[in-house]
Ligand binder design. Structure first.
Ligand code: ZN
Length: 137
């Protein structure tokens, strides 16, 4: 989904992957120059909502701002890179917190959740969040 946003259908799809298909790893993959993060930052800075159902995406990115370690002095100074990183971590934590099935799978070592940031320039993905056992980090 845009901005790796999560709703009940997404969580249901992931629960199916974990419980029925025995998927061992859930990957939340953020990336630089993310339009969803940019749109959310713009909404926070200007108060103007994006058109149509794009708002449904930004509405699911904006809560990640509360998890940001450094509170911006003004909403027009939101660090998009920081918001992107926090949104990856927040999404991983949401999946673990919302879904009892996913949390149980993680607790039993059947599945783990990781958050990665993908760099469009160098093509590398950087590990920024781990929930559960992934072996050697
Ligand atoms: Zn994106």
């Amino acid at each position: 989904t845009a901005g790796h946003t999560v709703d009940t259908t997404v969580v249901g799809s992931i629960e199916y992957a974990v419980e029925v298909l025995h998927t061992p790893l859930i990957v939340v993959l953020g990336h630089d120059k993310c339009g969803a993060v940019h749109a959310a930052a713009q909404t926070l800075a200007t108060g103007e909502q994006p058109p149509g159902f794009i708002r449904a995406v930004t509405d699911r990115v904006i809560p990640s701002i509360v998890a940001m370690t450094a509170t911006p002095e003004a909403l027009d100074e939101i660090d998009e890179a920081l918001l992107r990183t926090e949104h990856v971590k927040h999404t991983a934590e949401m999946l673990h917190g919302y879904s009892a099935a996913i949390a149980a799978a993680v607790a039993e070592g059947r599945c783990a959740i990781i958050g990665l940031e993908y760099d469009l320039e160098d093509g590398a993905a950087h590990l920024i969040k781990v929930i559960g056992d992934i072996g050697e980090e």
